[in-house]
Structure formats: structure tokens, C-alpha cells
Design a binder for this molecule. Sequence first.
Ligand code: PMP
Length: 443
Amino acid sequence: STTDLQGYAPICLGLEDFYTRRLYLRIQDCFGRPISSAPDAWFDVVERYSNDNNKTLIRTTKKSRCLNLGSYNYLGFAASDEYCTPRAIETLKRFSPSTCSSRVDGGTTSLHNELEEYVARFVGKPAAVVFGMGYVTNSAILPVLIGKGGLIISDSLNHNSIVNGARGSGATIRVFQHNTPSHLDSVLREQIAEGQPRTHRPWKKIIVVIEGIYSMEGELCKLPEIVAVCKKYKAYVYLDEAHSIGAVGKTGRGVCELLGVDTADVDIMMGTFTKSFGSCGGYIAGSKELINYLKNNCPAHLYATSISPPAAQQIISSIKVILGEDGSNRGAQKLARIRENSNFFRSELQKMGFDVLGDNDSPIMPIMLYNPAKIPAFSRECLKQNVAVVTVAFPATPLLLARARICISASHTKEDLMKALEVFSEVGDLVGIKYFPAEPNKQ
Ligand code: PMP
């Protein structure tokens, strides 16, 4: 790891080409390492090494049992669950893994309708439509909502699926400074005069697109302030809750519940099932008129195979657990646990002197590495001690803002978190990423 640091100091000069071509080859083992079990609090990581000339990867079948600090399994449903798993297996036997048909042909089972009712009720909107993939939900829905003559105002750190959807729509795109309502206000002011009715302005439609929790920053969106600006200019609000639905709010209802915003003020609520619900797919929730319009016009609804039945059942079951409809209070316990775990872990990391991004209650906490040469050092040293972390680098972040992105789950125990803190403290000293003075006795 010391060699990595020394050999790649030129990166600090911003030599992006050098970085992407040379460093990436050397650190391939830090990305895409195969996992051979469910993404629970602990999982099996297949060991993989670079050979001597750092070009070819040699795969071994040796597995290490590692503490998992990288998956978005916020509530621990992506594991064997006493309520969800038997029902998913039963559904697999009854319906098979696929409907082999689109929603409008033979691909709507009773489960799909039940799922849409549960999602609408859970997120607090009159209706919902579900899709087989979260990514596609953004990239296929935005072009149906808006087109040429429309304006999308997008947060500068929005997810790639939003960026692709926005570009594919043909609408004009403006970007506002990440999570900065005052800048959103000035972008909107430039485009329209305040208070003009929707029909009296140069744009057919304006949609402001934001996320509930930003996945590379661990930061909650400033939803009340952004909603107020959108109301002032009569712009529609599109909120991607991939990382916040199920993960935050007293009853898991996401950032509206956490930040006290009425869901009626968010026109289009989007989310994915790949995080808190331990399944796959995505949803859009909104008014009955909006959902009917999408069902009649969205190619990803009309022409794509519907969400897999066992995946749909998994989502219904996990929502039932969260709502307490399984007859236990496990849902409430999971929600309390993820909040406690996240806030405990974040404050302990800060006390040790790490530079941690994000807000309280967010289960995502990026630990800043800054210099990308620290990626392999941090990742490999943690792995040596059976702690698996996700590192994020250019082009997903600016070149000199590399980070380790920690995701906390309700299924982590206090002992798991203590182990991770011990390993991070040691590796943090080794790699030199404790940028602030530690509080006494937290060295
Ligand atoms: N939106 C956001 C904000 C995301 O972070 C992601 C992926 N993590 C997606 C959409 C795409 O969701 P999925 O992985 O479920 O396809």
C-alpha cells in the first residue's frame, strides 16, 4: 500500500488520463470483487488477485467471510427473513421467476396490482406504477413526462439514471448547485417571472428533479426549502427516494416524513426496491391521473416484461413487516435500529478524526480519502481484516474527492460496528486519512 501511495503521487497534479489508464489497472481488485452469498451484515467475498504485471486478474475460489459495509441492505431484508423468504419461495414455485410478458399483455398478475396498491399507500400517494428496474424507472419515465419545449432543472449531483432520462427527454436542461435552494431560486427566476401561471411562460412545463438522500454524499435533501421555491414558481417536484424510502422517517416513509413535508407537495415520487426492501425494481407514485397517463404512454410499461413475481412478493412482504402487518413489531425495531446504528457509527467516526460527509439519520456515510492513491490502500487493508468497503472514485466523484462509501444496515449488531470502528481506526492511521484531531480516548 505504501508503494501505491508513492507511485501515484502525480495524480495530485490532476493527470486524469494517467489515473484512469494506469491506476485503474493497478486497483481493479478494489472494484467488482465477486460476492458469493446474500448481501447481509456479513457475506462471502471471493478473493481475487492481480498477477505480477498487474494486468491479468487471477480468480481463486477461496472465500473470506467479511463484514459488509457496502450494500444498500438498509433494513436487512436482503437476507433470509422469517416472513419474506418463505413467501418469495412459494411465489417462485407458483409463478416462476418471470411473467414472460409485458404488463398490458399477460404480465399483470394479482401480485402486481397488490404491489402497486401497497406502494401507493406506503408512500402516501393515490396511485403507483412499478417497473422491473430502478434505473429504468428514471430513464424511461422522464421522457414520458416532459419533452421538447419543457425545462428540467436538475440537482448537480443527481444519479446517472436521472441524467440519462433528462437527456433522452429532449427537454432543455439546467443544473442547479447541489442541494442549494437559493441557487434553484435564481435558476428559476432567470427562466420565468415569479408567480406566473403555468400556461403563461416560455416553458410548456418545468420539472425540478432532486433526490431524498444523495448516495455519494450521504446527505439529506433540503426538501422543505426546495418545495417552497418550486411552489413560488409553480414548478413540478420530482423526488427520487431510492436511498430514503424505508430507510428514514419514524415509520420508514422517507424524507417527507423525516423533514415534515406533505406528500401532496411532491408531484412525482420515485423510488427503488433495491435498497430498503431487499428486492429489485422501481416505482412512480402520484395522482391517479398521472399514473393512468404513465400506464398508457410509458414504453417501459407497455413493452418491457413486468417485474419478476418473487421480487414483487418480496417487496409486498417487506412493506407488510415495516407496517407491522406481519403481526410482529420487527418493522419498528428495524427502523429504530438503522437510525441508532447510523447515528452511532457516524459520531464515532467523527470523534476519531475522519472527515465524514452527510447528515444524521442517513445510513450512508462517505469517509473522505481525497487522494485516489489511497483507495487501494484503504480497501485492501480493510479487507485483510475481513471488513469489505466500497470505494468511489473518478469519474463517479471529482478526481481528488475519492472516498470510501459506508452503508449501515439495521442488521449490523453493535459488535459488528465496534469491529468496523477498530479496523477503520487502525487503517485510518496507516493510510493517513484522519484529517481532524481525534477526541481524547478515540485514537
Ligand atoms: N436512483 C438513485 C438515486 C440511485 O442511487 C440508483 C442506484 N443506486 C438508482 C436510481 C437506480 O436504481 P436500481 O439500482 O434499483 O436500478
